[in-house]
Structure formats: C-alpha cells, structure tokens
Write a protein that binds this ligand. Structure first.
Ligand SMILES: *[C@@H]1O[C@H](CO)[C@@H](O)[C@H](O)[C@H]1NC(C)=O
Length: 428
C-alpha cells in the first residue's frame, strides 16, 4: 500500500530525509512571519533561492529576526519574479512549438489561487453520468475478466470548438479498448451540452460529464489557464465522492494514447511517470532514469519547475493523493503540473518510471489545427426536407463545426458533372 508513515500532507514542518523537498517548505517559512500574502509567490521559488534554515532552528530568541527575514524574503521573491519573467520570454515565448498553456507569461496570475494551501472549493455541475459498463469485450477478453483491476479515472478537459466532437469521438474509440475505466469529461462551458451527453452515452464506457467553465476573471487573460477549471472540478468530484481507490490520469482530448499506457499506469503506487512525445522543442519531455530510478528530467522549458513534466506524463494513485487534502491545481499557465505535483508532496525517489524505464513513448502530444468554425452562405429557404443540407448543417451547428447563413460567408459551391450549379437549380 502506498502509505508509508512519513508521507504526510504538505505542512509547515521540517523533514530531514530529502534535501530536494526543502523547496516545498519555503512557503511555510515565508508565510509564517509574513502572513499569507507571500505564500503564493514563495510557492514557486526555484531551488537556488530556497535553502533557508529549518523552521526548528528558529528559536524564540531569534524571533526578533523574523521581520528581517521577512523583508529579505520579500525581496528575494521580487527578484525571482523579475528574473524569471525574463527567462520566460527568452526560453518560452520564442518557441513556436509550445502550446497555449506553455506559452504562459510567467507570473500572469501571481497570487490567484496559486498556493497549495487552499483546498479546492468551487461549484461543480454534473451534466450526466453513467456508472454502468455496457461493453461486452475489451481487447481480447470479456469485461468480467478485468473485474479485479483498479479503475483508471481518465480526466479529459475539453472546450467548445469545431474540433471538439471529432476529438472526443477519436479518444472514445481508444478508451473503448480500455477495461475498468471511468471517463471524466469536463467541458469548459457554462451550460451542459446535450450533444456531448448523447455522444458519451453511446459508447457504453462509464463516464461523468460535467460543465466546469473557466472563471470569468481568467477568460480575458493571455494566455488563459485552459483546462485548469476542468481539472479542478474533477479533483473536487473525486473528493466529494471520497474516492481513495484507483488511478488518476489527466488525458487531454487531442493526445494520442498507446493502449499499453493503461497497462503501465494501472499498477501505480504513488506517482508514475513516462516520456511524452511531441512536446515543445525536443519533441519529447520526460524523466531521466538511471538504474531504474528517476534522477532528473529532460524538457526544453524548465523555468524553475521542480517537476518539468507534461500533464499527460504522469499518473497518480488516489490512495496516495487522498493523504494530501490540500491537493491543488492553480490557475497558473505552464505551472499546473509542477504545482499539482508539489501539492501532493512528491519525492523524486518515489517516482515509478514506466514505459520500460522511460525508453518508450506511450503518449503523444498531438494537436489538431484549431480553426474558426466557418459560416457558409446557403439560403434558409432551401434548408428544409427537400435535401439533406438542412439537417446536415443543423448537426454541424450543434457540434460547433460550421453554420449556414442567408447573407454571411462565401456562397456555398454546389456542382454537378464538374460544373457549378445555382442553388435553386439543385435545391428547389
Ligand atoms: C529498469 O532498470 C532496472 C535497473 O537497471 C532494472 O532492474 C529493471 O528491470 C528495469 N525495468 C524494466 C521494466 O525494464
């Protein structure tokens, strides 16, 4: 069981077993004398600034030094941010390959829910749910052959765009092969999308569909913390359902998953990690493994991240996670993985390397080109039962793919025998 006695929730205490974990104690050190305000900033301090004296050595006689430490701490934090935002521009923003979340300007959301000391407590709206597995066979065996396996909670943040339904369809067809899985589809939308309800129901995979819109205060920010509200909603759902068994995995709707990934993450004791293909400049991101142990990380964007891994590059055992009530994923673009893994007090020597000691790619950060849904000019008077086009375009509109208009967009080309025909000739 993943519950050795010393793996306790992150709290202001010293531990002598792992010097790396010193970083995580900085918030406690800084926040104790300075108050809560300094905590979010301190949370992201890189190792070079974070070798403070242990709390236990601050005796009562030295309390007069606290204001001094506090002021010095403040300036260190200030300089860190100044320094790091420059790094961001040189290391991060020049990369054409980085996706939106990695395009983050560091510090864009300083102080907004970015500590790991606040439990997630946001509204959660369940649209539809099914706990019934209607699949008969998975891979080469009947469903009940898999009954003993721990459940994989596969968390998919998604958002309305014209690629949404095709991505979810493709992903569903991967997940159809995966036994004992619960698919958590969290949509960045104010309302429940009934089309998605119907879609998810059809597959027979157990699922929960929730509406988890990004808070409006982040909507305008560039880059916006995409997918964070969704993942937070799922963390909340896990807590509300008191789930302490199974494996948590964050699987975006556009990635490509090798079925062997699921076999690899299912025996996760605490946190397992593996390389992800097509990430940023190196087209790969993942752990460096020596003698079967994770010793470091390869990733083209470090930016002070203690855990510079992709969201799809790790899995977490829920029993392990349940020991950290302050588990969090802050609204801090580019730092979601790092701060999440910090909030569950990960130690490097506990990481379980997967994929043949991290030599194989079992998940790819593929991305579909994101284009605006077009408007096609097709007169409303022809969008009735006389042809398929009315029903077709109504479906495309519901899926957010395209729409027809009387007076907007390029006139729809309709041809026969290689020749363009007028709409009235074919449709009336
Ligand atoms: C990983 O490496 C260790 C040490 O070299 C070895 O004992 C172990 O069998 C390897 N694991 C796999 C899955 O190859």
């Amino acid at each position: 069981m993943p519950s050795a006695p010393h793996y306790q929730a992150l709290e202001p205490q010293t531990s002598d077993d792992d010097e790396d974990i010193e970083n995580c104690k900085v918030p406690a050190l800084v926040s104790t004398p300075c108050g809560g305000a300094a905590t979010p900033a301190a949370m992201t301090m890189p190792p070079r600034w974070s070798r403070p004296r242990p709390v236990s050595s601050v005796s009562s006689r030295r309390r007069c030094w606290l204001p001094v430490i506090c002021v010095v701490g403040f300036f260190l934090v200030f300089f860190y941010f100044t320094l790091n935002s420059e790094n961001r521009f040189t290391l991060g923003l020049g990369n054409a390959n980085l996706d939106d979340s990695e395009d983050a300007v560091y510090g864009a959301h300083n102080g907004l829910d970015s500590t790991n000391s606040h439990a997630i407590n946001e509204s959660l709206h369940i649209c539809s749910e099914s706990h019934e597995d209607r699949r008969v066979y998975m891979q080469d065996k009947p469903r009940n052959a898999y009954a003993q396996l721990p459940v994989i909670y596969f968390v998919t943040p998604t958002y309305p765009r014209r690629e949404q339904i095709p991505e979810l369809t493709r992903l569903a067809h991967t997940l159809l092969h995966v036994p004992h899985i619960h698919w958590l589809v969290a949509n960045d939308h104010e309302r429940c999308d009934t089309f998605i309800d119907i879609l998810l129901n059809r597959f027979g995979i157990p699922f929960t569909h929730m509406a988890s819109p990004m808070p409006s205060k982040f909507r305008g920010s560039k880059p916006a913390p995409r997918g964070v509200a969704n993942r937070r909603a799922v963390l909340q759902w896990i807590r509300q359902n008191n789930l302490t068994n199974g494996i948590l995995y964050f699987g975006d709707d556009d990635n490509t998953y090798d079925l062997r990934l699921f076999d690899e993450i299912r025996p996760t004791q605490r946190v397992s990690m593996f390389p992800v293909g097509l990430i940023a400049d190196y087209a790969v991101s993942g752990p460096v493994v020596r003698q079967g142990k994770v010793v470091a990380f390869l990733d083209s964007w470090i930016a002070g991240r203690r855990w510079p891994v992709d969201m799809a590059g790790f899995a977490v055992n829920l029993n392990y996670m349940s020991q950290y009530p302050n588990v969090n994923m802050p609204y801090k673009p580019g730092y979601e993985e790092d701060l999440f893994l910090r909030s569950i007090n990960l130690h490097i020597d506990q990481i379980e390397p997967r994929g043949n000691n991290c030599t194989e790619i079992l998940v790819w950060h593929t991305q579909t080109k994101n284009k605006k849904a077009p408007v096609v000019r097709l007169e409303a008077k022809y969008m009735d039962g006389r042809s398929n086009l009315g029903a077709l375009f109504r479906a495309l509109k519901v899926m957010g793919v395209a729409s027809a208009s009387d007076n907007e967009g390029p006139i729809a080309l309709i041809s026969k025998n290689g020749k363009e025909k007028s709409h009235s000739l074919i449709l009336s």
